[in-house]
Structure formats: structure tokens, C-alpha cells
Design a protein around this ligand. Structure first.
Ligand code: CP
Length: 306
């Protein structure tokens, strides 16, 4: 694989993604076979924003590959708190380590980091922009549980404006034949215009935008729920007004197809009732598990140990 960084979900071709998913399946089948493959490699996790799944799954992934980890989970424990620039931090960390996974509140920060790094940079979320490794987890989940990535009607519900996982997933799914999107959000939280114009319309993808989940849930093969992104709102009153716009519960699941799957990048707040966790169509915890395996595969490819 020639690519050095993963900044945007479109950085890998469909063929390269297939190779990553194939490797992830091999790791799931026989994890022991890969348990020393990154012996001597060091992953840095630089998290300027909170995380549970992404940081822990990256760190667990590297440990399960036999490598080591270092990093910070909040910037106050690094020299960023003394005013060090991102560029200088990246120059330093790329001397000490072999690969860097980075989350930052500023859109475009991972791209900037890649300019100053001697080692692969992985974008673990840049503001409300992109989250390409969540997309890898999402695609592996769909590919595994829905028998491939083509021909699905995908409902994406919640905060489509600020949800970076939504932007990355839409971009990635436009490359698979016969994808149809049903975008469900309050009018204040619709997808950014550039996603609608540059990726959905330009690729002639069938789509519609609606406000009520009940109206469309029966049409969906995949329901991708998202949290209203409190941390991106400028106005707390508006957040409070919109925060419980959607709550998926048993009643709504009764209208859904028997083989629809429910996904969510997590963390959830109120948008999926706990009762739905017991429904066999709930795929969000499996999705988080796939996230670790796909990050193992990704790091093997970027480090060229395979
Ligand atoms: N899905 C995701 O990015 O979760 P974290 O914020 O916990 O990393």
C-alpha cells in the first residue's frame, strides 16, 4: 500500500479498503497469528479531545499486534498547554514513534499534521469534519452483517450537520453501487451543503431528506443513529431544544424490517433506548468491536509489516 496517511475516507480506493477488510477478517479468525507482527513498533495517540472507543481501540489494537503505545488523552498534560504548535508537537512525536493517531477539535488539523510528520498520521477525528477510522469500522460492520456494501438503503438520523462520522460515512458509501440515503434530521441539523452537492448529487445517488424517523424507518436496511453533538453548538439553548429530537425505542423498532441493522458510532446519550440493546438488530457494540480489528488491519498496512 503506497498511502502514507489516513486523513480522509477517500484516501483509500475501494480496492485498498477491501484489502483492509480482508486482513481484518483474517485477524478476527486467527488473532494469535498477528500477535507479534508489530514487535518493535510504537503508536502515539495524541488526543486533544475526549474519547473512549477510538483511543482505547487504537491502543488495544497496537498492543494486540505486539507493539507499544505512548501519548496523551488530554492536551493539558502535554506542552500544547505551554503554547507549543501542532507542527512542533508532530515533528517531535514523529521522531519518537512509528505511527500517530490524532484527534483534534480543529477541522483540517490532521492534514496539517501530515505535512510535518515523518511517520503515518491517522485522523482519529478533526472537529466536525471527518472521522475516517470510524468509517472503516462502519463499513466493516455493514460488509460483515449485511453481506456486502452494495445496494443498501441507509438511513442516517440525528445531528447530520456536526456529526463527523456522518460526513465520512456518506462520502465512503457513495462509491458503492445502488446506495440510497434517507437523511433524517431537524432542519437546523441537515448535512452540510458540500456533502449534499459534491458527494451525493454529483454521484447521482438517490436520496431524500426528512424530519420524522417514523415516516421512513420501514424502508431502511441500515439505520445509523447519531448523538446531537453538544460540544459543537454555539448556543446552549438551541442544543437543549434539539437534544432529544430522536429516540429510537422498541415501538419504533416494531415498524422496521426484520433484517435492518441499527448502528451508532457511540457514545450515545438518549437517542437509543437501552431496551433496544436486547434487539438482535442492534449492531452498535459489534461495530465498536470491529473498530478495533479494522484499526489493527489499518496499522499493519500503513506500517507495511504485511
Ligand atoms: N465513535 C467514537 O469516535 O467514539 P469516541 O469519541 O469514544 O472515541
Amino acid at each position: 500500500m503506497e498511502k502514507k496517511h489516513l486523513i480522509d475516507p477517500m484516501d483509500f480506493s475501494v480496492k485498498e479498503l477491501d484489502e483492509i477488510f480482508e486482513l481484518a477478517h483474517q485477524i478476527i479468525e486467527d488473532p494469535k497469528k498477528f500477535s507479534k507482527i508489530c514487535d518493535g513498533k510504537i503508536l502515539a495517540t495524541l488526543f486533544y479531545e475526549p474519547s473512549t472507543r477510538t483511543r482505547f481501540s487504537f491502543e488495544a489494537a497496537m498492543m494486540r499486534l505486539g507493539g507499544k503505545i505512548l501519548g496523551f488523552s488530554e492536551p493539558n498534560s502535554s506542552s500544547a498547554s505551554k503554547g507549543e504548535t501542532l507542527a512542533d508537537t508532530i515533528k517531535m512525536v514523529s521522531i519518537y514513534t512509528d505511527i500517530i493517531a490524532m484527534r483534534h477539535p480543529k477541522e483540517g488539523s490532521a492534514r496539517v499534521a501530515s505535512i510535518y510528520s515523518n511517520v503515518p498520521i491517522i485522523n482519529a477525528g478533526d472537529g466536525g469534519h471527518q472521522h475516517p477510522t470510524q468509517t472503516l469500522a462502519d463499513l466493516l460492520t455493514i460488509e460483515s452483517l449485511k453481506m456486502g456494501l452494495k445496494g443498501h438503503t441507509v438511513g442516517i438520523c440525528g445531528d447530520l450537520r456536526y456529526g463527523r462520522t456522518v460526513h465520512s460515512l456518506i462520502k465512503a458509501m457513495t462509491r458503492y453501487e445502488d446506495t440510497k440515503f434517507i437523511l433524517i434530521s431537524p432542519k437546523e441539523l441537515k448535512i452540510p451543503d458540500y456533502i449534499r452537492e459534491e458527494f451525493i448529487k454529483k454521484n447521482n445517488i438517490e436520496f431524500k431528506e426528512v424530519e420524522r424517523l417514523e415516516e421512513v424507518i420501514a424502508e431502511l436496511d441500515i439505520l445509523y443513529m447519531t448523538r446531537i453533538q453538544k460540544e459543537r453548538f454555539f448556543n446552549e439553548e438551541e442544543y437543549l431544544r434539539l437534544k432529544d429530537s430522536y429516540i429510537l425505542d422498541e415501538e419504533k423498532m416494531k415498524i422496521a424490517k426484520e433484517d435492518m441493522i441499527v448502528m451508532h458510532p457511540l457514545p450515545r446519550v438518549n437517542e437509543i433506548s437501552m431496551e433496544v440493546d436486547n434487539d438482535r438488530r442492534a449492531a452498535y457494540f459489534k461495530e465498536a468491536e470491529y473498530g478495533m480489528y479494522v484499526r489493527m488491519a489499518l496499522m499493519c498496512k500503513l506500517l507495511e509489516v504485511i
